[in-house]
Design a protein around this ligand. Structure first.
Ligand SMILES: [Mg+2]
Length: 149
């Protein structure tokens, strides 16, 4: 544990991960079958690509901050839980090795910043500062880095 650095939690879907890039690889037939609950498609989360600038941003933030993944996986899609670990291992194991929290109560985690695109699953009740990724103030990783570095 690094007590000198401030702690930053980072969400996955639409923050590190391009959710749509996974859907783009799913057949229309499967999409129709899972209509209204697309996040329950088995294996979907393993297909997703990183968002532009996300990987580089984590390497830069790692220098200055104590970084953790803070993500939620759909309760009815157990493969999403394992897919998310596999995704982190594939793309960012050097930053987030054994630094991953999956929960529906992000407000229970103590830290200084939470970078998240939505206020759900406890994000809007987070005790530190919520950096809303994708909002006008923080439209991309460049703007987040300018703020935090
Ligand atoms: Mg998200």
């Amino acid at each position: 544990m690094d007590l000198e650095k401030k702690r930053v939690f980072v969400d996955m879907d639409n923050v590190l991960v391009d959710f749509q890039s996974g859907l783009d690889q799913i057949s229309e037939e499967i999409k129709k079958e899972y209509d209204g609950r697309l996040d329950e498609i088995p294996g979907l989360f393993g297909l997703m690509k990183p968002l532009p600038g996300a990987i580089e941003a984590m390497h830069q933030l790692q220098e200055r901050y104590d970084l953790f993944i803070l993500s939620t996986a759909p309760w009815k899609n157990p493969s999403a839980w394992s897919d998310k670990v596999k995704w982190v291992t594939k793309y960012l194991d050097d930053v987030f090795h054994k630094r991953m929290i999956i929960t529906h109560r992000k407000d229970l985690c103590m830290g200084d910043y939470l970078i998240d695109d939505r206020g759900k699953n406890g994000t809007s009740e987070f005790k530190g500062e919520w950096i809303q990724f994708g909002a006008d103030r923080f439209p991309d990783w460049k703007s987040v880095l300018e703020y935090l570095l």
